[in-house]
Write a protein that binds this ligand. Structure first.
Ligand SMILES: Cc1cc2nc3c(=O)[nH]c(=O)nc-3n(C[C@H](O)[C@H](O)[C@H](O)COP(=O)(O)OP(=O)(O)OC[C@H]3O[C@@H](n4cnc5c(N)ncnc54)[C@H](O)[C@@H]3O)c2cc1C
Length: 384
């Protein structure tokens, strides 16, 4: 019996487990292999909805479902926290001591946020990378009556690279609607020399920032917060005052993969860009936020990686070469991008083709809304 253990029941882990289970019913004989998902929460969360909580049109309870309800019935779900991975003996140890042996291990443990790494973040800064934080930001926006809003990034890489720009655009729209725009300044701090990491996206976003009078500060990696002077400081030595501060918190990979010696202290797993195997560890694959690939940490990335991991794991079990269009990952990612005023655009790219975002329009905004609503029936179940 080949035991396939998937760590993490988020986008990547859930989808890959369902795709492997589908292969078990076809190519691989039942009884020859088992699929087990280990998730510490037992609850699947649709994180893109957090941004909409902050913008006032989503509720936390609508963003979660029991993980069991999304998994194929052939997949076993173990609710528990993995605290140890012993690659020598091919075992995962859970909190409480339960051990799971594996022949194939799939790491889909996502990313963690660490606001505490920046002094005074918790008391001074807002963010939208969790449900409570997003609700708190909503309350702060409701109470806002004008002043200086600063949006910045306190560490790269982070989940959903367009999200802080989207929030800037959506906030600017809200301020106009509430008649507060004239009394407010909006500042956007980018850690690099342009508005967005990918040049073509930057070329699309920069004129929109200018048109909306959102001041762009480049090479501004947020490093310090001075709560007395209400000023943030950058790694590059600049300062910027704020009345309302919104920061993307620092992110890291899961502690368990660092402790296992699979990843450096950043927690991002060294991953082959095409096979998605963890470098130097045959039989261990990674997908989603957990990898060190130079791609967006996005659900979409996990979505397009999962069929490749499923194909390669099935091939390993059958002792054949990976085959078909999912034999290797081509870096495909596809994300909707809100620009405010009920408009959006689409970022679609792969390793060889940078995105060419279409002119923002209402359709792409509606596309994002429809995608958010249909997510539960499509992505995790492998129906798109
Ligand atoms: C505000 C916001 C907006 C976003 N917008 C978009 C968007 O528009 N489009 C897009 O594509 N993506 C978006 N994303 C990003 C997207 O949500 C993530 O990239 C995606 O969830 C990553 O999937 P994953 O499977 O790698 O990790 P996750 O979905 O985070 O799942 C990881 C799972 O692993 C589990 N886990 C971790 N460690 C352990 C352990 N030791 N033991 C057991 N279980 C463990 C966790 O409980 C979790 O369930 C957004 C994210 C945020 C926060």
């Amino acid at each position: 019996m080949e035991r396939i253990v998937v760590l993490g029941g988020g986008v990547g882990g859930t989808l890959v487990a369902n795709l492997v289970a589908r292969k078990l019913k076809g190519e691989i004989r039942r009884g020859d292999a088992s699929v087990t998902v280990v998730d510490e929460r037992g609850e699947h969360i649709y994180q893109p909805g957090y941004m909409y909580i902050a913008m006032g049109n989503e509720r936390p309870e609508r963003l979660k479902r029991p993980e069991r309800s999304l998994l194929d019935r052939e997949v076993e779900l173990v609710i528990g926290r993995a605290v140890e991975i012993d690659v020598a003996t091919r075992r995962v140890v859970l909190e409480g001591g339960r051990e799971l042996g594996y022949e194939q291990l799939i790491l889909a443990t996502g990313s963690r946020i660490l606001p505490e790494e920046i002094k005074h973040f918790d008391t001074e800064a807002h963010h939208f990378y969790g449900p409570e934080a997003a609700q708190r930001l909503r309350r702060a926006l409701d109470a806002f009556e004008g002043g200086r809003i600063v949006i910045g990034i306190a560490g790269m890489p982070y989940k959903c690279p367009p999200a802080p720009l989207e929030v800037a655009f959506l906030m600017e729209h809200e301020l106009r609607q509430r008649g507060l725009r004239e009394r407010s300044e909006l500042h956007y701090c980018s850690p690099i020399g342009r508005a967005f990491t990918i040049e073509s996206v930057s070329e699309m976003a920069t004129p929109i920032l200018a048109e909306k009078k959102i001041e762009l500060h480049t090479f501004f990696n947020v490093e310090t917060i001075d709560p007395d002077r209400k000023v943030i400081g950058s790694l590059e030595g600049e300062e910027l005052p704020y009345d309302l501060l919104v920061l993307v918190p620092p992110h890291r990979g899961a502690q368990v993969v660092i402790d296992a010696g699979l990843a450096p202290p950043s927690g991002w797993l060294p991953t082959d860009p095409h096979t998605l195997e963890v470098k130097g560890h045959p039989g261990i694959h990674a997908l989603g936020d957990a990898t060190d690939l130079p791609l967006s940490k996005a659900g979409s990335t996990a979505h397009f990686e999962a069929p490749v991991v499923a194909e390669r794991v099935a091939a390993a079990i059958k002792g054949r070469a990976p085959q078909g269009k999912h034999a290797e990952y081509d870096g495909k990612v596809m994300c909707f991008f809100e620009v405010g005023d009920g408009k959006g655009t689409l970022l679609q790219f792969d390793y060889d083709h940078p995105p060419q975002p279409p002119k923002p329009n209402r359709l792409w905004h509606l596309g994002k809304i429809v995608f958010n609503k249909t997510y539960w029936h499509t992505v995790p179940k492998g129906r798109v």
